[in-house]
Ligand binder design. Structure first.
Ligand SMILES: C[S@@+](CC[C@H](N)C(=O)[O-])C[C@H]1O[C@@H](n2cnc3c(N)ncnc32)[C@H](O)[C@@H]1O
Length: 390
């Protein structure tokens, strides 16, 4: 059966040939045939040459999400099932990890996180919505979980014209809190109400990389969430860690996780806005050996990039001023639109304004289960700099 075709404007085929998986609406000349969100379409150059195949959503800026560059390959239920099984196999049986990471695993619109025998699913596009049953069946078969739970409650879904959904997809209701072991340490995760799917799995290796700088030190852990960096630092012998976050629930879980790990006596939790808290510390003359900045995504669109950079600069400038001589600043950005080069230049600007000399002694990124697809730079979003600050 002939699929509908999305015909590109003249000269707009290069990125598809280079296997970038997104076709933006601005690159589209016209569509031959009637298409509904989630339909599978062929993408063709202006002269009709076949370029790729994927799922269309005329209501989204990303008009087509390409899934194959092989004309003989059908994109159907069997294709999704096979890709999902291959992706899970690549994770090698890890118990706590991201099992599926969107386009980078060839499955646009699908995130799957595993916390032992509880598996959390996020479905973000109309095409993946249609494959919901295929996804559930494949996960049950490949992972054999006790519970499959849906957390499709992110605003990305609304931009794709989908309403929010949460609830059990298969098996038992997950417990109130799950105890998982990440990098050898027990963490408590609230998979139903926590941020993202409950835990920042993308930072779990960095928690330990950063802990290496914290032994015997006083650490200010800004945007702490449930204290991943704090627990690791305290277990590595940090003298004291102060967590700062606006979320009371996250801080309560940080406190319980600290109890679980026997480090609660050296942890302090402060519910506050980091921008205000850092200013208060400056006014009080407080100083720290190590400051960690792991803010939420500041740049959600290109239009918001300038404002986001001002936000990054502000917190980095304040943090540098609060560091003791020979202090360590660990600073992250998880905004995909902020490139590593741009982020580094913002942090450099902050150092100049703070009149401190900073040297990058390590660069941090996302873990192997959040792979960066070579042909899709957008899949690289998490960057961190460890700076020694004179
Ligand atoms: C990227 S997450 C931090 C993840 C954490 N570092 C970890 O490794 O688990 C960002 C956190 O910042 C918090 N947050 C957002 N805006 C804030 C603000 N203005 N002040 C303090 N916390 C904020 C959120 O509640 C969230 O817990």
């Amino acid at each position: 059966m002939q699929l509908p075709s999305v015909i590109l404007k003249r000269g707009r085929e290069r990125s598809v040939i280079n296997r970038h998986p997104w076709v933006f609406s601005g690159a589209v000349s016209h569509v031959s045939g009637d298409v509904q969100p989630g339909d599978i379409v062929d993408v063709r150059a202006h002269d009709g040459a076949w370029l790729g195949r994927g799922a269309v959503n005329p209501h989204s800026d990303v008009f087509v999400r390409l899934m194959t560059w092989d004309e003989s390959q059908a994109v159907d239920e069997a294709f999704v099932q096979e890709r999902l099984a291959a992706t899970i196999a690549r994770r090698g049986g890890q118990q706590t990890c991201r099992l599926v990471y969107l386009e980078a695993d060839g499955l646009p619109g699908l995130i799957v996180d595993r916390y032992g025998d509880v598996v959390i699913v996020q479905i973000l596009t109309p095409a993946m919505e249609r494959w919901r049953d295929v996804v559930v069946n494949a996960l049950v078969e490949c992972v054999q979980p006790r519970s499959l739970y849906e957390r499709s409650d992110t605003d990305v879904r609304q931009r794709e014209g989908l309403s929010l959904r949460t609830g059990v997809l298969w098996g038992a209701e997950p417990p109130e809190l799950i105890q998982v072991v990440a990098e050898g340490t027990a963490f408590l995760v609230d998979v139903r109400r926590g941020q993202k799917t409950g835990f920042f799995l993308d930072q779990r290796i960095n928690h330990w990389q950063v802990a290496a700088y914290c032994a015997g030190k006083t650490v200010l852990n800004c945007f702490s969430y449930t204290g991943g960096f704090a627990i690791a630092a305290l277990k590595r012998g940090a003298q004291k860690v102060i967590n700062v976050d606006t979320s009371a629930d996250a801080l309560a879980l940080a406190a319980r996780t600290a109890e679980l790990n026997g480090v609660a006596d050296r942890m302090e939790n402060v519910q506050a806005d980091v921008f205000q808290f850092l200013r208060q510390c400056r006014d009080d003359g407080a100083q720290f050996d190590v400051i960690i900045l792991d803010p939420p995504k500041f740049a959600h669109s290109k239009a918001a990039l300038d404002r986001a950079c001002r936000g990054y600069k502000d917190i980095n400038w304040l943090a540098m001023r609060l560091l003791k001589p020979a202090g360590i600043l660990v600073t992250f950005s998880c905004s995909g639109l902020v490139t590593p080069a741009l982020f580094q230049s913002v942090v450099a600007g902050a150092a100049v304004d703070a009149q401190r000399t900073g040297r990058i002694i390590a660069k941090l990124s996302q873990p192997p289960d959040h792979p960066i697809l070579l042909t899709f730079p957008e899949s690289e979003y998490l960057k961190g700099l460890v700076c020694a600050v004179e």
